[in-house]
Write a protein that binds this ligand. Sequence first.
Ligand code: HEM
Length: 149
Amino acid sequence: MSDFLIAAYPWMKALHIISVVAWMAGLLYLPRLFVYHAEAEIGSDKAETFKVMERRLLRGIMAPAVILVVLFGAMLAATPGVVDWHQGWIWVKLALVAGLIVFHHLLAYWHKSFAADAVPHTARFFRVVNELPTIALIAIVVLVVVKPF
Ligand code: HEM
């Protein structure tokens, strides 16, 4: 198993980054859709279109992507010599990833509310919420590439 993981390492890393990009696209775009949805009139054509766009993004892209991110991430972490568990960056990264997974679930929860013709929060709220995955993404990339501690 170790030999396989070592040989597959560059491929696992490529697949990890591809899945990360797909997941992040959803985490960044869905709150933006919520901003427009919160401003649309309930029952209007526009609001109905947003419901479909949100559902497809969540189920078609974000749900499979998060599973692949964690799967390939775990394979990288299990590859001998890749992570020094005495260093701090990996633990802070994992905490931020846990935060992004909670954020993903919150988005799914708010989508359910929009799908039932409610408006869970104001457009302004979703504009602010939209910044959170951006901050997490910047921090995670610096942690994995620079490994500052
Ligand atoms: C449970 C989830 C995750 C685990 C276990 C995990 C683990 C890992 C590991 C072990 C590496 C290899 C580090 C190295 O080669 O030095 C890696 C690389 C990377 N991870 Fe993750 N990761 C996860 C989620 C994420 C997320 C959510 C992002 C971005 C938002 C991310 C971004 C990256 C990037 C950009 C690299 C490539 C770094 C490089 O070029 O060396 N990972 N990940």
